[in-house]
Design a protein around this ligand. Structure first.
Ligand code: FMN
Length: 203
């Protein structure tokens, strides 16, 4: 018989946040990473962008099929071009946010992840994403996983040339975009609900 334990994990009472003490560097990175939406006006060296992407493709993935493709973009023409399309759709976006620099949460570079059709592709791409975010964090870079601009890039006819420029292979579609750059903010951790985690007692 399976009994769901009502007890919340002893080490995680109530809400848990990234403020918890860290036992080692990996745990410190996991607990310390936050989504960054303000970035310095400073380019990220391509070696670092590549290092982050290589950490991404070293994520576990089903049958090692590597059903993903990764495109790194640091061209201001691309970032500003897509932003212009976005501002036609949402003309008040810049006025509502005094910090607004671009549609990619103000980052100077993006890493676009596409996946092929497949039962496990979203899982694979998601695991890749966390690898990249933690690798970036370890290098002092900030990131923010973005789903919002995916629809814009794929479905707005004026954004289509930018999407086509990513040159994903036939059968692949964009899953998310990782904004990446040198952070200009250090947000507080948002709380996490530790009651989502239960031990299962089975006798
Ligand atoms: C699949 C996915 C899509 C997301 N899309 C957006 C987005 O479009 N815009 C945004 O500002 N943040 C986006 N986020 C970031 C989440 O809002 C953020 O991870 C969450 O609030 C937890 O905060 P933290 O990352 O600082 O711990 C996305 C995150 C994920 C995993």
């Amino acid at each position: 018989m399976i009994m769901l334990s009502a007890a919340i994990l002893s080490s995680c009472s109530g809400n848990v946040t990234g403020n918890a003490p860290a036992e080692n560097e990996v745990i410190a990175a996991i607990m310390g990473r936050r989504s960054i939406r303000k970035y310095q006006d400073k380019a990220v060296p391509r070696e670092l962008l590549e290092k982050v992407a290589v950490c991404g493709i070293n994520a576990p993935n089903a049958r090692n099929a590597q059903n993903w493709e990764v495109r790194i973009v640091d061209s201001p023409e691309f970032i500003d071009g897509v932003t212009k399309v976005f501002l036609k759709e949402a003309p008040d976006a810049a006025a509502r946010n005094s910090y607004f620099k671009n549609v990619f949460r103000n980052a100077p570079a993006i890493i676009c992840v596409a996946g092929a059709e497949g039962r496990f592709t979203d899982i694979d791409c998601g695991l890749m994403g966390e690898n990249m975010m933690l690798a970036a964090y370890s290098l002092g870079l900030g990131t923010c996983c973005l789903g919002g601009p995916v629809d814009l890039l794929m479905n707005n006819p004026e954004a289509r040339p930018f999407y086509d420029a990513l040159q994903f292979s036939e059968g692949y579609s964009l899953r998310y975009i990782l904004a990446i750059g040198w952070p200009e903010e250090a947000p507080e951790a948002k709380s996490r609900d530790a009651s989502k985690i239960r031990f299962v007692e089975f006798q």
